[in-house]
Write a protein of this length. Structure first.
Length: 89
């Protein structure tokens, strides 16, 4: 069972999805942020957007590192554990 490591393209897709979900949830649950979106010089664009993007990037890269580390260091013992085979006598 050969599995390819997580690529940077997949990491970028995860990051984009997380970013869209973060901003979508910000807009749904925070009327203050919805009001500040219309102002170019508001705290939303200067603090919230870079902060959310940085947090999502750290999580996405952390996921990539964890998945690739797990794939590289997994145990090869018991991969066919669902089938019990008795040795020939």
């Amino acid at each position: 069972m050969n599995t390819k490591p997580m690529s940077w393209a997949m990491t970028a897709l995860i990051f984009g999805g997380m970013l869209m979900c973060t901003f979508g949830l910000d807009m749904v649950f925070s009327p203050v942020l919805r009001h500040q979106v219309l102002s170019v010089h508001s705290d939303f664009w200067q603090i919230a957007v870079p902060g959310d993007a940085l947090a999502d990037a750290v999580i996405a890269i952390g996921m990539r590192v964890a998945v690739n580390w797990h794939l590289r260091n997994r145990s090869q013992i018991g991969l066919n554990a669902t089938k019990f085979v008795t040795p020939d006598k």
